[in-house]
Design a protein around this ligand. Structure first.
Ligand SMILES: [Zn+2]
Length: 149
């Protein structure tokens, strides 16, 4: 299968059968992420215990790339501690910005690696990074919110 077809197939699959698209009960962190350029609008919900992301979900709507990307992102970061998750998001952004191109270095992104082609589609870049950007924001604000609990 060609990489382009594989990319399309994975994006489709995450839209038809999203794993994490539902309302999470009693989330510890909630943040809305919007990409006005395309109309993508998501709400990210996370459960965090002792600094580990134990569960996560999203709701909202948007184009196929934005929705697939946030679903892949959650696949990738659930189970990680928040520092590692932020680094993972940085890596994804680095890939989309074409600053990180080494395949070995990108391996830990798993399926999300197939979105690297988006870096050649400037109009779709904001769609692809929306979920990861929202994750980074939610976690950078996270420790404070957790302390308040
Ligand atoms: Zn979009």
């Amino acid at each position: 299968m060609e990489l382009k077809d594989l990319y399309r197939e994975i994006v489709n699959d995450h839209n038809i059968n999203p794993v994490h698209k539902y309302e999470l009960k009693d989330p510890d962190l909630v943040l809305r992420g919007v990409n006005p350029a395309c109309g993508d609008d998501i709400t990210l919900m996370l459960k965090v215990r002792d600094g580990i992301i134990t569960d996560g979900s999203y709701t909202g709507c948007g184009c196929a790339i934005s929705q697939a990307s946030v679903d892949m992102m959650l696949d990738n970061v659930i189970g990680l501690d928040s520092n590692t998750a932020v680094k993972r998001a940085d890596k994804f952004m680095g890939m989309i910005d074409q600053k990180i191109t080494d395949e070995k270095d990108l391996e830990e992104l798993d399926e999300a690696m197939y979105l690297r082609d988006v870096s050649h589609m400037p109009a779709r870049v904001k769609c692809a990074v929306l979920g990861w950007r929202t994750l980074r924001e939610i976690l950078n604000g996270g420790p404070k919110e957790l302390k308040d609990k």
